[in-house]
Structures are given as C-alpha cells and as structure tokens.
Write a protein that binds this ligand. Structure first.
Ligand SMILES: Nc1ncnc2c1ncn2[C@@H]1O[C@H](COP(=O)(O)OP(=O)(O)OP(=O)(O)O)[C@@H](O)[C@H]1O
Length: 381
C-alpha cells in the first residue's frame, strides 16, 4: 500500500502544486489521479518515485517512509510510463524493453528473452523487436513503454498520461490491454489522466483533484458518478452522468424473452405463435441475429433478409452492462435489445421497458445502501 500523508509541494517560485494531499493507494488495483490541467497530478506521481520531493508530509510504501529507501532501489520497484513512451531512439525495441533488466545485471540473452515475452504480453508482434522506435506507430510505441516498465516485474507501475497522444480507437485498445494485464499481473498502478472517461473506465479508485492540488473526492467510479461530492466534481464528470453510471450495473438479471425469436426457415405455425409481439427477431440457422421483421409480412419457410430491420448492437448478459443493453435497445428501431452468448448466438430479446425497470431497481438497491454491489460490478465495464 502506498500512503500519501498530508503532502504539500511548493516549488521554489512559490507555486503550490499539491496542497495537504492524503490518499491511501490500495495494492493490486488501479488508482487514477484525474483533474484539470495544472492541478498537481504529475507532481503527485513524481513524488511517489522521488523525482520530486515533498515540501511537507510524507509518503509511505508498505509502511516505510520512501525517504528511507535508496532512490535507485525505490525507482526499480516502480515502473514508469509517460506520454509518447519516452523510448530510446537509438535502441531497438527489444533493447528498449530490456533496459532495466540489463541495468540490474541480467545477461543480454536472458534480458532479451524477457523482452520478447513482454512484447507478447502487451500484444506486440515479435517481428517488431528488431525495429527502432521511429519505425513503430504511436500506439505500438506506447505498448513498448508499458512492456519496458514491466520488464523487471516491479510491484508498482506509475503511468503519466500514457495514452493521451494516440487516437481514440488505439487508445481504447491500450486501455483494454492495460485492464487485461492488470487482471493477469495484479500490479499496483497509479495512473494520471485529465480524461474523466478514462478515469472511470480504468480506475478501481479515482482521486479527483482540483486546481491548487487539493483533493475534491476519492471514491470508486460508480460512487463518483452516483454521488459527486460537490459542484466541481459534478461539473468535471460532465454530461450523461446517469447514462455512464449504468456501465456499473450488470445486465445479467434482465428477464429475457425467447418467444419473439424465430429462425429464418420458420414455418407458418412458428411465425404465428408469438403472443402478438409486433416484431419478431429472425436468426440464421446457428441462432445469430439477422434482423427484425413484422410477423404478418414474413414468408414462412424462407424469410427474405432484405425485408428485415436492423437489430442494433447486441449485448452479452453477464459480461455487458445495463448501459450496453440500453444502447442496443435505443439503436434498434423496434426498441428491443438483442442478447447473445459469447459466440454471438441469440439467447433472447428484451424491451426498453424491461431495461427501464431493471435500471430503476438497480437505483433503488443503491439508494438502500448497496453501493458496494455497483462497485463490484466493475467487470461489466
Ligand atoms: N518545476 C516547477 N516549478 C514551478 N512550478 C511547477 C513546476 N512543475 C510544475 N509546476 C506547477 O505546478 C502546478 C501543477 O503542475 P503538474 O504538472 O503537477 O500538474 P498536472 O495536473 O499534471 O497538469 P497537466 O495535466 O497539465 O499535465 C502547475 O501550476 C505547474 O505550473
């Protein structure tokens, strides 16, 4: 556990970058520091590995004041990833990743083998190992940055806006990869960003800082979204807070209906036995959704695909959230969302009305003090 105790940083010119900050950063989780530009995020992160020394207060690592540890030992226990990756331009990718193991005295062969293993872990093709950083895309370079930080297997990773310089699609891939790596390796990660959506997606805990380096709120993302501490946090969270909070409610409990689901070769009897549903979801022979059709207009034995309406984006109950289910129903012209299994086969359909009821039930569970349930539903992100 990293414990920041009443830490203040005043730079020599008098700027107070961090003001009386106290935080308990849990082990094996991602803690995000988020806030507007200049609120002291980078300064806080750099105080953890002593690139910046606090003016007041102290920082403990596993109960010990970090000033008790030699700086080099401390930094080797903390991988550091920055924006634009900060790679050594004159070294190959493999040698970049092998930097810290080599500094620790590992032989070249062992260090390179470790680097190759890490390339695979961060989703980089082995063939890139011999290239130089300028021969890689921005997203690939960031992956190398993460691999390099992980090379000596440090228990802590400090990440300063690591994904800010890449486009949104690559960024989403990097975020998903980080969550996967975190699941596998259980590192203690302190992650700095100015992007609240990134904070909510990645953080187990999120610290919102305000200008002047003061803590506005420290909470799990679901709590942040449901109960912002004040107007500053509420404003910072931005629009769609209610919709975004649905990301933390699982869709597993939704009551699915299978009645209005028919295969493309359904006979007249099957097409007729739908309890008066205004639309039927037509699937292919494997059960994969094809589209919605109006019962009276479907041809028994061979439904025409070109007459079907789009079915939106399906959701996977159990792994997707109520937000994804709601999104699917909003995208579908029928107002019904399609639920599929991991293989994309239809398991049922659900109406906007039923999703709405599930949302209200989830809210009232929260109001009854079951906030922990929502926080635990982080998997649904
Ligand atoms: N070496 C320094 N000397 C004087 N002031 C500094 C120094 N480094 C940072 N500051 C100031 O301290 C404040 C906090 O800076 P810091 O870089 O920690 O903020 P940040 O939240 O990471 O910002 P950003 O999101 O823009 O990177 C800012 O006002 C900044 O100008």
């Amino acid at each position: 556990m990293i414990r920041i105790e009443s830490v203040t940083k005043r730079y020599p010119d008098g700027t107070v970058a961090v003001d009386g900050l106290s935080l308990e950063i849990p082990d094996g989780a991602i803690t995000v520091l988020v806030g507007p530009s200049g609120c002291g995020k980078t300064t806080t992160l750099r105080m953890v590995n002593r690139m910046v020394e606090p003016t007041e207060g102290r920082i403990l690592l596993d109960g010990e004041d970090i000033r008790q540890r030699p700086v080099n030992t401390l930094r080797r226990s903390m991988g550091y990833v920055i924006q634009n990756a900060g790679l050594f331009q004159h070294r190959t990718i493999l040698d970049n990743i092998a930097t810290v193991p080599r500094l620790l005295g590992w032989g070249r062969r062992k260090a390179r083998a470790r680097a190759a293993e890490l390339m695979e872990r961060v989703g980089l093709d082995a063939s890139l190992g011999k290239r130089y950083p300028y021969q890689l895309s921005g997203g690939q370079q960031q992956r190398v940055g993460v691999a390099r930080a992980l090379a000596a297997d440090p228990p802590v990773l400090l990440m300063d806006e690591p994904f800010s310089a890449v486009d949104p699609v690559v960024r989403k891939g990097l975020q998903d990869e980080l969550l996967r790596i975190q699941d596998e390796l259980g590192k203690t990660i302190v992650f700095v960003t100015h992007d609240i959506d990134e904070a909510v997606k990645l953080g187990t805990m999120v610290a919102v800082l305000r200008t002047g380096g003061r803590l506005a709120q420290f909470a799990p993302p679901a709590e942040l979204l449901s109960a912002p501490a004040d107007a500053f946090v509420e404003d910072f969270l931005g629009a769609d807070r209610g919709i975004r909070r649905l990301s933390f409610f699982p869709s597993a409990g939704l009551a699915l209906e299978t009645g209005p689901v028919v295969p493309i070769d359904a006979d007249a009897a099957r097409l007729g036995s739908h309890d008066g549903a205004p639309y039927l979801l037509v699937t292919d022979a494997d059960g994969r959704p094809l589209g919605w059709g109006e019962p009276g207009r479907l041809t028994a034995g061979a439904v025409e695909r070109e007459h079907l309406l789009p079915y939106g984006r399906p959701f996977v109950p159990g792994s997707d959230s109520l937000r994804t289910a709601l999104d699917g129903s909003v995208l579908s012209p029928t107002g019904w969302a399609v639920a599929v299994d991991g293989e994309g086969r239809t398991v049922g359909v659900v109406s906007q009305q039923v999703i709405g009821e599930a949302i209200r039930a989830a809210h009232s569970r929260l109001a009854d003090g079951a906030a922990g349930d929502a926080a635990d539903a982080g998997a649904a992100r």
